[in-house]
Design a protein around this ligand. Structure first.
Ligand code: NAP
Length: 242
């Protein structure tokens, strides 16, 4: 379904990004994964059979270089998945300003930088952008002041960018996962009361596997979703239904 397509997946070395990269590769795409840690990035790239570019998405120059290298190597770009992200817990008071800015730089500005730099190439290929937001971009949550604020902004950035580029043939969507078993959620879910809270919020009553996020992601970036733009798709076991 994605054969002949070139995709960048930021944060593709682990977790949800790795599962998305694997699914895209399974569906025939050429994938470039990008993350900060060289060792993990190279290891994952070897495992999946794709390229790795070291890139911190909070650096505009690094994102420019990632897109340039991809276009040089593959002759264009069809799909950008803005997945890289970090989690920082805290209320508006307990989150340090340093952490607030760090999270915004990665989880929000990283998405904007990627989209801005990739757009000329996506206009050429009639390609698309998929942002990885969160249920916390759609509803509030405990101890998630910075995280939910950034994800809420990503959700509306998705809508407004979809409007700006729809007529020119570039689609922009996001996925909004509930809780998924990855490094990011590992320590939180080890806390029994937090785990209970998450299950109580999730009618399906379990945590998602990364693959359950990757398959809908692959659908949204494919031609099968050609009339879908500006959507923020919950993949949340029912979290946002109640
Ligand atoms: P993860 O397992 O911690 O993986 C994060 C990935 O992003 C890694 O490849 C990491 O590699 C990379 N990364 C982090 N900061 C980066 C930066 N500044 N520049 C480039 N790459 C960076 O996290 P995950 O759970 O898969 O989360 C992926 C995305 O899904 C995030 O946007 C997260 O907010 C979102 N999400 C996760 C869940 C969940 O339950 N897990 C739920 C909803 C949404 P390096 O550290 O080497 O850079």
């Amino acid at each position: 379904m994605l054969s002949g397509k070139t995709a960048i997946v930021t944060g593709g070395s682990a977790g949800i990004g790795k599962a998305i990269a694997a699914e895209f590769i399974d569906q025939g795409a050429s994938v470039v994964i990008a993350s900060r840690t060289k060792e993990t990035g190279k290891k994952t790239a070897n495992e999946l059979g794709c390229s790795f570019v070291q890139c911190d998405v909070s650096s505009y120059e690094a994102v420019e270089s990632l897109v340039e290298q991809t276009v040089d190597e593959h002759g264009g770009l069809d799909i950008l998945v803005n997945n890289a992200g970090i989690g920082i817990t805290g209320t508006v008071e307990s989150t340090t300003l340093e952490d607030w800015h760090k999270l915004m730089e990665i989880n929000l500005n990283g998405v904007v930088y990627g989209t801005r730099v990739a757009m000329p190439h996506l206009l050429e290929s009639s390609g698309n952008v998929l942002n990885v937001a969160s249920v916390f971009g759609l509803v509030g949550g405990p101890q998630a002041a910075a995280y939910a604020t950034a994800k809420g902004a990503v959700v509306n950035f998705t809508r407004t960018t979809a409007v700006d580029y729809a007529e020119e043939g570039v689609r922009v969507n996001s996925i909004c996962p509930g809780f998924v078993t990855t490094e990011m959620t590992k320590s939180g879910l080890e806390d029994e009361s937090f785990y209970e809270f998450v299950l109580n919020q999730t009618p399906i009553n379990r945590i998602a596997k990364p693959e359950e996020i990757a398959e809908p992601a692959a659908f949204l970036v494919s031609e099968k979703a050609s009339y879908i733009t500006g959507v923020n798709l919950p993949i949340d076991g029912g979290w946002t239904t109640h």
